[in-house]
Structure formats: C-alpha cells, structure tokens
Design a binder for this molecule. Structure first.
Ligand SMILES: Cc1cc2nc3c(=O)[nH]c(=O)nc-3n(C[C@H](O)[C@H](O)[C@H](O)COP(=O)(O)OP(=O)(O)OC[C@H]3O[C@@H](n4cnc5c(N)ncnc54)[C@H](O)[C@@H]3O)c2cc1C
Length: 482
C-alpha cells in the first residue's frame, strides 16, 4: 500500500478526519487528496467555500477535545451568542445552538492544512477523483485524474470519503449493498449567499444583530427553507437563503412569479432595512469566496457509513442537520470519531466492513440518533403556510420545546391540544395533530437508531424496519399537510 489512510476530499470534514487519524494512529501514513488547486484548498467549487459559516462553540470544543487541534483567529472571524429563528410575522423568535462562531471558510483550510502538515499529513492538490480501487471485496485506494490530466492512482488500507454532497466515490461504490448511493432531490436544499459589507440602516435586531445569527422563516421569500442574516462584524454579513426546488415551483405558481434562488437572494438583501448600500466583500480573505450558490442535503445520514476499507464523513454522508442544514457541527463530530475508529481498525489489522463498523454505532450514539426524526419533522414544517408557522411558533412552543430545539432535539408535542387548550382555526388544529404525530414517529425512530446492530449481520433487518417506519411516517404525514 502507498499509504495507511487516504482521505478523499480536503474540505472541512476531510482535514478533521485526517487530523483525528494522525492523533490516534501515531506514525500512520496519511494522504489527503483534493480537487481544488493549492491556492483554493478545500473549496467546494470555483465559486469558493459556499456556506453560512456558522458553527456552535460546542461542536468546535468537541473536535478540539478529541483531535487536540484548537481553532482561533483569524479562521474564527466573529463570535455570536446563538441563532434566533423568527416567525414570518417576526413576532416570535426561538433561540438555538448557544454560543457560536462565524468562520472564515477561505482562511480555515489554509490554517487546517498548515496544522495537518505539521502532524505529518501529506496533501495532493488538483486531483479529481473519479472512483475507488478494489481488491477482493475491499476498497484499497482511489483513482482519478491529476492536474496535468494524467491518470492518478494511490492505494491505502482505508479510504475516507469526504468529497462532499456530490461524491462520485459514494455514487459508484461497488463492494457494499448497505451504503445508499443517491439522494432524493426533495431532500436537497438549493442555496446561495453573499458575504457583504454594508452601511447601517435602521436599528432593528430582527433584521441584523451583531450578536446573533438570524434565521427568517417565510414560505414566500424562501419556500421550504429559510433566509439568513449572519453577522461577520458590525458592518459585515453573510446573507443568503435556501429553498426546496419543488416547493419553489409551487410557490411561483401560487404567486404567478418566476423566481430562482438567485433572484430570491437579491430581493432578500434589498428588503432588509438594517442593511443599506450592501456590496460584496473585496477583502483578500474573501476574494475567492464572496458570492455563490451550492446545494446541501437535509435528511438523515446515510443508512450505513462504512464498507470494507471505506468510510463516509461530512456532506458525502448527508450529515447536515435536517432542520437547519448545519453540516459543520456533525462533520466535526464525525471526523473526530472516524479518525479514532480507523486508528483502532489499523491497529487490530482489520479494516473490513466489520472492522470499521463501530464508527456507525458511535456516530449514531453521539449525533445520528435524532436525524431521521428531524427529517420527518422537517417534511411537515416545509409544507406549512406562513399563518400556520406564525400560529405554531406563538402558541405551540413552550419552554421545554424551545430548549429541545436549541439542543437540536425533536420537541415533545405530545400534550399539544390537550388540557383544554383552545386552538383556533382548522389548519392549526391539523398542525397540532401533525406535530403530535411527528413526536410519536420521532420516539420510534430514535429508539430504533439506538438499537443499531453491533455487527453488519443485523443490518438488513434493521434497515428493513427503518424504512417501514419512514414509509409509514411519509404516508401518514400527508394527512397533516395542506
Ligand atoms: C449555502 C450554504 C450554507 C450553509 N451554511 C451552513 C452554516 O451556516 N453552518 C453549518 O454548519 N453548515 C452550513 N452549510 C453546510 C456546510 O457548508 C457543509 O456541511 C460543510 O462544508 C461540509 O464539509 P465537507 O468537508 O463534508 O464537504 P465540502 O466542504 O463540500 O468539502 C468537500 C471537499 O472535497 C473536494 N472534492 C469534491 N469532489 C472531489 C473529487 N471528485 N475529487 C477530489 N476532491 C473532491 C472539494 O474540493 C472539497 O475540498 C451550508 C451549506 C451551504 C451550501
């Protein structure tokens, strides 16, 4: 083998996974292979590192405590006290996530790569990976084309796929029937954002707040998604929105419009009265990253994260949280866990599917237990009217629900509509029934995830039951959607 471990994709998840392997498997030969050129390491596309840039302090601390790598300035560009999600009428706000950071995603990989090199990790840039190498049912390396258009092949005991949403390695993997290859379009958000400086407009913390990341729910402005105004300073902002394409089509038909993600973003920036004279950042640290569109998944993570000699981390495993598309936190958690599990597999000499299986269990126990329930919850929320969201956020969310949402958990709506609670409007009654239903399904799904099999043997049975639960959820959910 050329290396012990090859990390395919040197983005956020890839560099953390590589550092975690280096930390736990002292002396291991580790290679990170990335498509982007050395001047734009870890970028998602030619438009840069398209992201809202927000991550909770808790997730960064988790990664630091496992890998020993601490992030600081300048890759942490601004600190915030949390996220505030506003109802369409802006009358109700739910705080979530707590203290957090606004990252500079262009500087972060530069710093990450410097640190990784100091840990002995090697990098190959400008290599477009197109597939995996196999031997006797095991993944044993990667293949692609290098920057001079020459064929590229490298072998390793383990390949960690961190090539993001559109992973060609996952799409074509052939030594497993457990890993899902394709994502459903309705589980993907089309998103975009600008990084901008602005002059101060009116003072209104529902439109810009230097201390809080703001999320605007509004089915006309961002159907099936949300708009965001995330502060990067007193006069600097990451502003953008995401939509679900079929819901955008329905919204356009309803309003007789022909908007796209790009036109919606322009309008969203324009109507913000706290932001005047907005202009794209020309700072050197944003030069390759000031504007762009990209996609992000909002479903549970891949049903299985490992195959013989192979693991998925980050967006290639569809890890962003179904409710808010936050993918940095789970990527940090997964990268840290994957690194240790790979180190243990190398140590024991067993990098087969069974040897890497523990990663499935540990990711689920740490984070993945809640994602299927949140996926069902997200499907319900996405189809609500603005009036229902206004009503629900004002009348249905108690302190405990807000606390659950703030921890990324599914709120417990089981008591909704009981104890003589008066719910006004037929649609709001249906919503209450729908929320109680998602609570029940979430409980079943969470229990099922905690019962994820200890070894690959039990997976077929486990997956069968998971899909029974998901199919049942999706079928019955229709009753509660308008
Ligand atoms: C508009 C938008 C806003 C978002 N906002 C937030 C937010 O505020 N907070 C949050 O937590 N999450 C957010 N996310 C999600 C977050 O950006 C991702 O979850 C995160 O970047 C995932 O990191 P990753 O390393 O898995 O994938 P990526 O960042 O996509 O990195 C993949 C890497 O693999 C490389 N690569 C891809 N294909 C190949 C190939 N064939 N060969 C070689 N290399 C390859 C790429 O060049 C890149 O370096 C947002 C996403 C979008 C699109």
């Amino acid at each position: 083998m050329d290396y012990d471990v090859i990390v395919a994709g040197g983005g956020l998840a890839g560099t953390v996974a590589a550092q975690a392997v280096a930390k736990y498997a002292g002396g291991a030969q580790i290679l990170v292979v990335d498509r982007s050129p050395p001047v734009m390491p870890g970028s998602k596309s030619v438009s840069g590192w398209i992201c809202g840039d927000a991550v909770s302090k808790e997730a960064v601390d988790y990664m630091t405590s496992r890998t020993g790598v601490a992030w600081g300035e300048p890759e942490i560009e601004h600190k915030v006290k949390g996220v505030m999600a506003f109802s369409p009428d802006r009358e109700t706000a739910i705080p979530f996530d707590g203290d957090g950071y606004m990252l500079n995603r262009q500087l972060l990989p530069e710093r990450q790569n410097e640190r990784s090199r100091r840990m002995g990790i090697e990098f190959h840039h400008s290599v477009n990976l197109t597939g995996l190498l196999y031997d006797d049912g095991q993944v044993v390396g990667v293949a692609g084309v290098d920057g001079s258009k020459n064929p590229y092949k490298k072998t390793a005991h383990v390949v960690i796929d961190a090539t993001g949403m559109t992973s060609m390695l996952r799409n074509q993997i052939s030594n497993t029937d457990k890993i899902e290859r394709k994502v459903d379009r309705r589980d993907v958000e089309s998103t975009g954002r600008h990084i901008m400086y602005f002059d101060k407009g009116i003072e209104d913390t529902t439109q810009f707040d230097p201390d809080y990341c703001i999320i605007h729910l509004d089915q006309d402005a961002s159907p099936g998604g949300y708009g965001w105004v995330f502060p990067k300073g007193e006069d600097k902002v990451n502003i953008g929105l995401g939509v679900e394409k079929t819901l955008l089509g329905a919204r356009n038909a309803r309003l007789n419009k022909r908007d796209t993600v790009t036109t919606l973003i322009e309008e969203y920036v324009q109507v913000n009265e706290a932001i005047k004279n907005p202009r794209l950042s020309t700072d050197p640290e944003d030069a390759n990253n000031a504007t762009g569109n990209f996609q992000v998944s909002v479903r549970r993570q891949n049903d299985c994260l490992v195959a013989g000699g192979f693991l998925l981390v980050g967006d290639s495993a569809w890890m962003p949280k179904p409710l808010d598309a936050g993918g940095i936190g789970p990527a940090l958690v997964a990268g840290s866990i994957a690194g240790r599990c790979v180190a243990e597999a190398l140590e024991s000499g067993d990098t087969s599917e069974a040897g890497l299986w523990q990663y499935n269990k540990e990711f689920i126990n740490e984070y993945g237990y809640k994602t299927a329930g949140l996926e069902v919850f997200r499907r319900l929320i996405q189809t609500l009217t603005n009036d229902q969201i206004n009503y629900g956020m004002k009348h249905f969310l108690g302190n405990l629900d807000v606390e659950a949402i703030s921890k990324g958990e599914h709120p417990d709506f089981s008591a909704l509509g009981k104890l003589g609670m008066i719910i006004r409007g037929a649609l709001n009654k249906t919503l209450a029934d729908g929320l109680r239903f998602t609570t029940r399904q979430n409980k079943k799904l969470t229990e099922h995830y905690y019962a994820f099999p200890e070894t690959p043997d039990g997976f077929a049975e486990w997956r069968k039951k998971l899909h029974v639960l998901l199919d049942e959820s999706n079928t019955k959910l229709k009753r509660y959607q308008k």
